[in-house]
Design a protein around this ligand. Structure first.
Ligand SMILES: CC(C)(COP(=O)(O)OP(=O)(O)OC[C@H]1O[C@@H](n2cnc3c(N)ncnc32)[C@H](O)[C@@H]1OP(=O)(O)O)[C@@H](O)C(=O)NCCC(=O)NCCS
Length: 205
């Protein structure tokens, strides 16, 4: 099928504009974030770790503040020895909220996963979260922190298991030192193939 010169030229022009627009947007984004961590991502390894920061490409992105890396911290703590390591994770810029800290909902999702580790091992099968009994955000979590989730089973019932999880942050600028950022108590219930509660082994804690 023959295409007219006008159609070909129009398509070529659209492609050029799309590429140019994308490049301009990427450059503006790196400049706007103005943060050490993000600038580092955008330099030699930008192709490596480009998280899906789709919200930043909207017209409102120029109003987003820089990431929070300078806030004053609580005193450092030793990691408690009587808990089990259940998760380590590093939040990325895509997990940040409009203040530049990490979105609380992201932290809650990680807590739910971390909290399930000991009950899942004890229940040896399916389980669900029935309750978040307490949840405290003590200090902000920041982009690039190394988060350590430590858990301890606090109660084993007939079908339910209650777990306490505490989260410690190693800041980018102070690795090897720990700040307690979050803690929570959650209850999980072991369920059968029909989704009904099932008994779990008894154990003295
Ligand atoms: C969890 C679920 C199976 C419990 O069913 P149920 O018919 O209410 O069961 P029961 O009332 O017998 O309670 C079961 C256990 O949960 C505990 N439980 C129920 N509600 C609770 C609450 N709000 N806080 C703490 N424990 C609770 C009970 O004390 C009981 O523990 P025990 O057997 O050790 O004494 C049901 O409520 C459910 O499917 N909820 C949805 C779960 C879900 O979708 N979670 C999110 C995604 S994982």
């Amino acid at each position: 099928m023959r295409k007219s010169w006008a159609t070909c030229f129009a398509r070529f022009w659209c492609a050029i504009r799309a590429v140019a627009g994308w490049q301009a947007q990427s450059g503006a984004l790196a400049t706007r974030m103005g943060d050490n961590a993000v600038q580092r991502f955008s330099r030699p390894h930008h192709h490596f770790c480009a998280p899906p920061m789709s919200h930043l490409s909207s017209p409102t992105s120029s109003r987003l503040p820089a990431l929070n890396t300078q806030a004053v911290d609580a005193p450092y703590e030793d990691l408690p020895a009587d808990r089990e390591l259940v998760l380590k994770v590093i939040p990325m810029p895509a997990d940040a909220n409009p203040n530049g800290d990490i979105f609380g909902g992201w932290v809650m999702a990680q807590m739910d996963l971390a909290g399930a580790v000991l009950p899942a091992r004890h229940a040896q099968g399916r389980l669900v979260t029935v309750a978040v009994n307490e949840f405290i955000f003590k200090q902000p979590v920041r982009v690039g922190d190394i988060l350590t989730f430590l858990a301890r089973m606090v109660r084993i019932g007939n079908t339910s298991m209650q777990v306490h999880v505490s989260v410690f942050s190693e800041r980018l600028s102070a690795q090897g030192k720990y700040v307690k950022v979050t803690e929570a108590t959650m209850t999980y219930v072991a369920i059968d193939e029909h989704g009904r509660p099932r008994s779990v082994p008894r154990r003295t804690l």
